[in-house]
Design a protein around this ligand. Structure first.
Ligand SMILES: Nc1ncnc2c1ncn2[C@@H]1O[C@H](COP(=O)(O)OP(=O)(O)OP(=O)(O)O)[C@@H](O)[C@H]1O
Ligand SMILES: [Mg+2]
Length: 236
């Protein structure tokens, strides 16, 4: 049994079919990439997995349990974290306050929450800006902050939507190091990216979507050389 099993997933918006029977398998302990041209339905897939959108058909199983159409907070509590393509942080709060937001409904004590937040901020090289309002940090730092904030609840599976987009090369190296470290600690990742070099560096498996359907799945080098994948991108 895979950690995450998406089967025949369907989603449409006012007749626009965005996911047309998508299958995704994520094995526990893997770092899997999702690639595909603009508008392929990648972010929509994440939005259905984490409960922002309801599915129009198909299933999403996490640890064998059906989660499609469950509320966002329930899916988060079950152990799925996610980031957004454009980072969502609370601009007026400090970086540290942002980190503490997910711990409010949990039984985590304040000292424990602070200890965990400090540790994650240090790992992301954000400890020097922890007292700054989030509005003052760079776009790349916001992406790292959102990622680290997701880790406050210790999810098992983390969905990252274009984590390398709009972040400088030095922070990309930090980000890659964090994903590797957390993966070594047992965390599983599913990450959307167009950046083949980073995907090749990090991911063991890559699934390619186009026009809401599965195009290919394999190692980064296998999908890179797959003629259908090349065509899907060139047709863009
Ligand atoms: N809430 C919505 N209402 C209507 N249409 C939507 C909605 N969300 C997404 N779509 C449409 O679904 C299609 C797929 O969008 P999605 O954001 O999932 O693509 P993507 O693969 O993430 O693309 P990109 O690489 O540009 O981020 C697009 O045509 C988009 O306009
Ligand atoms: Mg997207």
């Amino acid at each position: 049994m895979s950690l995450l099993e998406v089967r025949g997933l369907k989603k449409q918006f006012d007749g626009l079919v965005v996911l047309d029977g998508v299958d995704v398998d994520v094995e526990e302990g893997d770092i899997q990439g999702i690639m595909g041209p603009n508008g392929a339905g990648k972010s929509t897939l994440f939005n259905v997995i984490n409960g922002i959108y309801t599915a129009d058909g198909g299933s999403v199983r996490f640890r064998g349990q059906e989660i499609a159409n469950k509320p966002v907070h329930r899916i988060a509590t079950m152990g799925i974290g996610r980031t957004f393509q454009v980072a969502r942080v609370f601009d007026e709060m400090t970086v540290l306050q942002n980190m503490l937001v997910p711990t409010v409904p949990l039984s985590m004590s304040r000292p424990e929450a602070l200890r965990r937040a400090e540790e994650l901020l240090e790992m992301a090289t954000l400890d020097g800006v922890k007292a700054n309002p989030a509005v003052e940090i760079s776009g790349g730092q916001k992406k790292l902050l959102e990622f680290m904030r997701t880790m406050m609840t210790d999810p098992t599976l983390i969905l990252l939507d274009e984590p390398f987009n709009g972040i400088n090369p030095a922070l990309i190296e930090v980000l890659i190091g964090i994903v590797r470290k957390l993966n070594n600690q047992g965390k599983t990742f599913l990450l959307i990216s167009h950046e083949m070099p980073h995907v090749s560096e990090l991911c063991n498996t890559v699934a390619v979507l186009a026009a809401g359907g599965n195009v290919a799945r394999g190692s980064p080098s296998e999908v890179r050389e797959n003629p259908t994948v090349i065509e899907a991108y060139l047709g863009q």
